[in-house]
Each structure stands twice: as structure tokens, then as C-alpha cells.
Write a protein that binds this ligand. Sequence first.
Ligand code: ADP
Ligand code: ZN
Length: 707
Amino acid sequence: MSKNALEILNTIFGYSEFRLQQQEIIEKVISGQDAIVLMPTGGGKSLCYQIPAMVRDGVGVVVSPLIALMQDQVVALQQLGVKAAYLNSTLDAASASQIEQQLLAGELDLLYVAPERLMTERFLSLLEQAPIAMFAIDEAHCVSQWGHDFRPDYIQLSVLHERFPAIPRMALTATADAPTRREILRRLNLEQAGLYVSGFDRPNIRYSISQNQGNGREALLRFIRNEHENDAGIVYCLSRKKVEQTAEWLSSKGLTALPYHAGLPNEKRQRHQRRFLNEDGIIIVATIAFGMGIDKPDVRFVAHLNLPKSIEAYYQETGRAGRDGLPANAWMMYGLQDVITLRQMMEASEANETHKRVEHHKLQSMLGFSELTTCKRQALLTYFDDHLAEPCGNCDSCLSPVETWDASVVAQKALSCVYKTDQRFGVNYLIDVLIGKDNARIKQFGHDRISVYGIGKELDAIQWRSIFRQLIARNLLSVDIEGYGNLRLTETCRPILRGEETLMLRKETKAEKSKSRGRKSKHNIKAEHNALWEALRACRKTLADELKVAPYMIFHDASLMDMLERRPTTPAQFSNVSGVGQQKLKKYADIFLKVINEHEKEQGEATGSDGTIEETLRLFRSGMDIEGIATQRELKPATIYSHLIDSITQGEIELQKVVQLEEKEIALIQDTFLTFSNSEHKLKPVYEALEGAFEYDVLRCVRASLN
Ligand code: ADP
Ligand code: ZN
């Protein structure tokens, strides 16, 4: 009974074609070979194991580290009519044992398990008695001890290879630089596996990084109001306190912003997470702990109010935006203080010296990245050994190129000031010396008598902070973290200090607001589509509430967008919408078609009132067909239909001219209407009685002839 992969993609998932290397990977695994899949977030990794699991005999066992994610995936699969289940600590004994029975009986297509359960001897022997299609190890980077998501249980997963040598295994991840990749190969015994690297680019994400000049919050609010009214988003902050303050402040401005951090009571945290998943337009303000278990596809923006610790972290956190492939924003604002705080936190940590050095190095790379005046995406991809030939055109450097200026002389002044004060002071003090502030502390140290005192009066304190930030970012100065954040010279600063090298720095633009590029119409929805878009979203929300699932499990934004584009008026047309498979067609087509049809009707009436029906009729009489009129008049075919139906009702035009039907077909339809007669002549019972042989528009025309 095995269906082929493409058929499953079309009929179950409702997608017309494979993406990236999906097809190749799926075929390999179906044929029994192992695979390592590195694909960016949103690339479509899940299908790579879900489809082989459904094609091959037996149950596909998916190892997943995150309970919340597991449950979401299973619910989403069940929505598609796939036999999927999960086993984890949230199940009671009876439910767990029932699922184990289904596993043994081979009644499941997919079973998600947490690694710690999989590794028990009891479960492994259970698996030995069950028909297994394949193993998928999701989030495979968790085997890496160097990574930020290390899970000791993952290391033991090599057992699968020893106990089930004949069963194909896949390892999947979105975050793997070369060392992590090698670790996955080695630890999971996947040296022989096919390696599929789809690149790291997330073209739909727009990266913008700007410098905090003391107005971070306002800038964030402006960004949200300008570009993300009513959108779901995540705002990351470094500390719990800042999370609380930011959430409160955004709420006071009328947004729905909920805090999320490890210090909140469990119940509250869960409630906020649930609201984020299940309601539209919620903003979560969180520490970086948030998001690991979140698979929400329609997060439209990720904002950082602080600098992430590394480029990996930045990539992963921003990667939570736009999984559905629709446009999304990764917005960040940071300042000098972030660097100092982060360095202090790292120094204070319990980690050993080697680890601290690695962390320091990563932070330094992140800083360098943030200050770049060249394409951010190119740099990001280069960092992951990936490659982009041309600047992307969708990052801040590309969209609003930064001016640079020769800062060699001011840099020398700043560096000398650090040197002349014995590398023992922090930024604020250094700036006071440079601009020649008259204060007691400076006098106490006698720094009002040294040569650098007051040599920097041409710039103000804000400008000096920007200079210092950039000097640190370029590793010309380092933050000494013994607790006070004093700055020290590094080896690399010598040529600048000696005047042997020019230093170009970015010119800071004063007002970030002038930079807003006004992507106001989110998802690029045209204004005339807005009403229908909102109606479709409302319909989805009602259904989701009824079924107690997240709205995106009914349909992703991408599917609603496709409905806007296609304006389906019949179930057959509806089935062409991306993300509509058999199950969703059956369950939701009528409901959404009704929303669309009502909308079209209103539009038709609205446009009909200014004499436009006559125009349609004139063109129709001149021999044009419905498609042709629609194209010429830039209206939807459904609108043209409604004009013609109007004319049929008025007796201005003959039914046979509009529908290409024989007499006896028309009679059949008319009879059916009369058989199912109710006062409004509902379409659906007739459509079903005729087994879908005639499209809704045709039925509507025939119905008009009855009046
Ligand atoms: P990943 O796990 O790689 O982050 P997912 O598997 O969650 O990505 O897929 C991201 C989104 O892309 C999902 O909404 C999924 O349904 C959709 N998708 C995956 N493959 C295809 C495809 N071939 N055509 C259209 N949409 C797809
Ligand atoms: Zn770019």
C-alpha cells in the first residue's frame, strides 16, 4: 500500500513540490540509507523524516529533546490525519502503555520520544519487538559538548546504531558549524551517512542592527508600531529585570507584551507561552531562555535589546522569526554598556579558563559583526562557512549604507588617554578626561595635569562612547573585567597609536527613526486585500479556539496568503491552496470558502452599484469569456460571475450563454435544487448530491435562473 513520497507531499501535506534537497534526502532514507541533514530553520526538515516514516513499513521513531515541540508536532500531524503519537514524562502510565501497544502493533506512522526515555533498557527492548521504519534524531547538535544546547543523553544515542544496525538513521539540525558537524558524525556513528547541507541563508529575514544612543525602548516601540502592528514577535533582553520593565512599558503603550523568564512562577510562564502560541499579535519579552521549544511559524519579528553572546546565538535567536518563509525582521539595538556587562557576566561565571577564552572570542566576533558596515548576511553566512556571492539587499548595511570617516586621530587620542591613565579606568572616566571635565575624582588622581586632559573637546560624550564602542568591537581595546570594566590596550592597537594605519569608523546617524524603511504592509498585503485577510484570520481563530489548537495548526499564514492570491470559490480550487491536503480540504474548505465568497459578494455589490455590471455585460455580449473580462477589468473571476448572475436573475442574459452546459445537465441541476429545496436554495447540499460534478459558480448561475 506504500504511497510514494510525492503523493504524500501533495495529498497529506498539501504542498505541490519539494524544497531544497528534501526529495533527495527522502529518497535516500526510504532506500534504507543514513543521512545527516543540515538545513536552516524553516527549511523544512520535518518532512525529511516524516515522509520516509510514512512510506517505509513500520513506525518512524523521532528523538526530540523538547517536550513542548514534540507535542506541537504531533498535534499538527494529527490535524493532517497522520497517525502520530509521543511518549514523554507528561503522559500518565495508562496513556503511555496504550501508545506502547500501538507501537508494538505497528499502528503508528510516527512516534516522538524524549532521549532519556528512549535510552532505558526497557524501551530499547520494546523497540526490538516493534516494526521500526527509521530513526530520526532531531536537534542533533545537542550531542556537541561545545554547543549551547548540550544534552548528555544525546551522546548515548550511538546505541541505536549498535542495537539496530539495519535501520536507517537520520540526524537533523539547523545549527552546526564545522566542528559541531564533525562531532555529530563521530558521536552518532554516522561517518557513512549521506551529508546534506542546504546552506544557512534565511532570505526572508531582514537583519538590522543599530546602535543604542540611550533611546532603545522608544526605538523598539517605533519599530513595532511602524512595521509590526498586531504581529507576533519576541523581544530578547539580557536580564530578568529588563524583561519585566520592558514588558510593562510596552504594555503601557497599548501593546500586548508578556514577560517570560526563569524567575517567573511556572504556571505564569506556561500561560504566557500558551497565549503567545494561541493568540494573534502577542509579544513575548524574554531572556534568551525563551524559544527553544517554540515552533511557532508566524513569528514576524525578533528584537534584541541587548547584544547576544555569540554569532551562533544571534543566528539561532533571530532564526525563530519567519519560519513560514514570509518576510520577517531581525532587529537589534545595542550599546557599549552591553559589551561591558556581558564581559563581566562571563568573567564571573564558574566556567574554566579555556571555556572563558572561547566565550570571549565568540563575543568579540559578535561585536565585530554588529559593527560591520558591509553586508551583514554575507558576513553571517561566511561565519558558518557558507557563501553569498553578492550583497543581499535585505540587511541594514545594504538598505541604508553607513558612512565612514577617518577616525585615526581621535582613536589615537582615546588610546593615549587609556595609556596615560595607566589602563585602570572605565569609559565614563576616560571620556571625562578627554573632554576636560572639572571634577574632583580627576583632580584627585592628578589627571587634570596630564597631556590628554581636554584634548577631545571637539566631540561630545555620546560621540566618544560610540568611538570607544567601536574600538572595543575592533579589539583595539579590551574590557578588563576584574569587576570595574576598565579598558586596556591590546596588541593590535599599536600601529594605530603610532600613526602607521588609518582607522575608518562608522558615522553614527543621530535619529534612528529616519531609517525606518516603512514596511508597513506586513506580508506585503495590499490594502484592498486587508478586509479579507482579517476575515480569514478571524475564521481561523474561531476554529482554533473551538478545537483548542494553535491557529497555525489550522492554517499557516502562508496558506491564508495563498487564499488571498487565488480567491478559490470551489473545493477543487481550494485544494490547490498551499498547505491544503485531503484532511484540511475535508474539514475546512467549506468554512473558508464561505468567508471568501461572502467577501467577494460584498465586493461585487460594492462595485456593482456604480454601473460596473453593465460594463461586464457589454464585454460578455461582445464575445469575451469570463477569464478575459476578469483580466481586462482587473477584477476577480468570482466578481465577474456575480455580475453575470445578477444579469441572469434580471433576465438580461440567458443561462446557456454563461455556463457551457447541455439542456439535460441544466435540467438535472435545476431538479436537484428543487429536490433539496429550502427557501434559500443552499448550494452545498446540491453540490454534494451531484458529487462535485459541477463547480459552485456554475451552480450559482443555474440557481439564478430559477428565480
Ligand atoms: P524546520 O524544522 O527545518 O525549521 P519545518 O519542517 O518546520 O522547518 O518547515 C518549515 C515550514 O515550511 C513549515 O510550515 C512546513 O510546513 C513548510 N514546508 C516544508 N516543506 C515544504 C514544501 N516542500 N513546500 C511548502 N512548504 C513546506
Ligand atoms: Zn546585506
